[in-house]
Design a protein around this ligand. Structure first.
Ligand code: SF4
Length: 83
């Protein structure tokens, strides 16, 4: 099953909440004008949050919508990982 990595750049997030509306199973308000990507791990090297997800996961399509709906370019990235 294809796996994807969601990368979230919290520093550049403006808290527009489109991601929460599109994919509430993955995104939640953090209480401080930004959001959390649920279950993501912070990568100290890149300073971004990362989460691996499979394409058959129920929230995959919604997460794609969250990425395309985010108004700030590059805040949410989804890339396919090699099998
Ligand atoms: S849609 Fe983008 S800018 Fe808005 S809260 Fe979500 S990640 Fe942040």
């Amino acid at each position: 099953m294809p796996r994807y990595k969601i990368t979230y750049d919290k520093e550049k997030c403006i808290g527009a909440m489109t991601c929460v509306a599109n994919s509430p199973d993955s995104w939640e308000y953090d209480g401080d004008r930004k959001v959390n990507l649920k279950g993501a791990v912070f990568n100290k090297e890149t300073q971004k949050y990362e989460l691996i997800i499979e394409s058959n996961d129920d929230r995959f399509e919604k997460d794609m919508d969250a990425a395309t709906g985010c108004p700030v370019d590059g805040v949410i990235k989804i890339e396919r990982l090699d099998d």
